[in-house]
Design a protein around this ligand. Structure first.
Ligand code: C6P
Length: 410
């Protein structure tokens, strides 16, 4: 294990982890769905509502100034977190899903026409698939997919050159697969697309809080992520867009605060990012997210990544020693999660029985239904880790899986 950080000590920062569930100490292995929140984030939210709550960009009274300053400071912090060139490249959204919908609808409406191709991968979460289906239906564009090779969830990049045709206008792909744990070489793929003038989007829902992210090094035009998966509050998300791309994009929503002037028949819009943020935004969200980013970077995302990978490799290795188990995901460079299926046991039964033992897993298609169909399964059980998880918890989880196998007589 990574010796430079006392991971167990960090657990004290998370009040929720100190509890029993069904009489057993909670083992929270559903971090890919949402992470837990440290005291620093909870305190930032309480402080905001107790001391500073007001609407932003509207008032000129003290509370409104404070709320606005904190709201915009969070935008600057977010730009730093992903190494964007400017905080004007940071648009607040409700989460990854809304970020991708915004990009697909606003960029797509202006840039796609019949016969164009949107290139995705077979690994995509529904959030990086359905928005593209919707804009494809509106514009007549078509979808194409970089294939996965099988249970290892790795992309077959030998097909990339033949898929990158002159019809491709957008390449949108997941950084880390939520159901397989694959880490895609997004910088290399975006560089190949960029050479051909293709616009790129990276779905960073599972990567942003787990490893250092540098959008300039990745070279993508858009990058989307959610606050709630990186120790921040629910309801706040980020769409990063390169200034050159955002300035040409029409608004997504219309309403207050996104305009320069309004007439009865026509309006003029603000520059990015405000053009994309109509109405009263989530104000506490960015403030909580700011505290989460400070918290994560005080630990160091390189260290978090190393710890995630160590736990996932350890869990995959221990599970693969069991009989009658099918394990998904790459053998090398696995992100912090393991998806698996026990022979003749439904994933939901695994999750229900694990819950009785205090272990929180997720079972289902993980919003990657087409991928599940491709692999010939309906669902998987998934354990997903974060920095506050420990090797002892993995041992407990593997013991519980063994007990479940015994219960079902295998
Ligand atoms: N995956 C999971 O348990 P939202 O819901 O907007 O915060 O994030 C959507 C999303 C987009 N892309 C990827 C790769 C994701 O993993 C997720 C959310 C959760 O795996 C809920 S299905």
């Amino acid at each position: 294990m990574n010796k430079t950080v006392d991971w167990s000590a960090l657990r004290k920062d998370f009040p929720i982890l100190d509890q029993k569930v069904h009489g057993q100490p909670l083992v929270y292995f559903d971090n890919a769905a949402t992470s837990q929140k440290p005291r620093a984030v909870i305190d930032a939210l309480v402080h905001y509502y107790e001391r500073d709550n007001a609407n932003v960009h509207r008032g000129i009274h003290e509370l409104s100034n404070r709320a606005t300053n904190n709201f915009e400071a969070a935008r600057v912090r977010t730009a730093k977190f992903i190494n964007a060139k400017s905080s004007d490249e940071i648009i607040w959204t409700r989460g990854t899903t809304e970020s991708i919908n915004l990009a697909a609808a606003a960029w797509g409406a202006q840039n796609l026409k019949a016969g164009d191709v949107i290139l995705l991968t077979e690994l995509e979460h529904h959030s990086n698939l359905v928005p593209w289906q919707l804009i494809a239906q509106k514009t007549g564009a078509k979808l194409a997919f970089i294939p996965v090779t099988g249970d290892d969830g790795v992309l077959d990049l030998s097909k990339l050159d033949s898929l990158l045709t002159s019809q491709v206008k957008m390449l949108s792909l997941v950084h880390i697969s939520n159901s397989m744990g694959t880490v895609n070489p997004v910088a290399e793929i975006c560089a190949r697309a960029k050479k051909l003038g293709i616009t790129t989007l990276v779905d960073g829902a599972q990567s942003a809080g787990h490893l250092p992210v540098d959008v300039q090094a990745i070279g993508c035009d858009f990058f989307a992520f959610s606050g709630h998966k990186i120790c921040g509050p629910t309801g706040i998300g980020v769409l990063y867009g390169r200034t050159e791309v955002l300035e040409k994009m029409p608004p997504y929503h219309g309403g207050g605060e996104m305009i320069l002037s309004v007439g009865y028949h026509k309006s003029e819009f603000k520059h990015a990012p405000h053009r994309f943020e109509a109405g009263t935004p989530d104000i506490s969200g960015p403030i909580g997210l700011h505290a989460a980013m400070d918290y994560l970077d005080a630990i160091g995302r390189e260290k978090i990544w190393q710890h995630d990978q160590e736990l996932a490799n350890y869990a995959a290795e221990k599970l693969s020693a069991l009989k009658d188990i099918r394990i998904f995901g790459p053998k090398q460079n696995r992100a912090g999660l393991v998806s698996f299926l026990l022979k003749d046991v439904h994933a939901h039964d695994v999750v229900t029985l694990a819950d009785q033992a205090g272990v929180a897993l997720r079972g289902g298609h993980h919003c990657t239904q087409p991928l599940m169909h491709k692999l010939g399964v309906e669902s998987t059980a998934r354990a997903s880790f974060y920095f506050y998880n420990t090797k002892d918890e993995v041992d407990r989880f593997v013991d519980v899986v063994k007990e479940i196998q015994k219960f079902f007589g295998s």
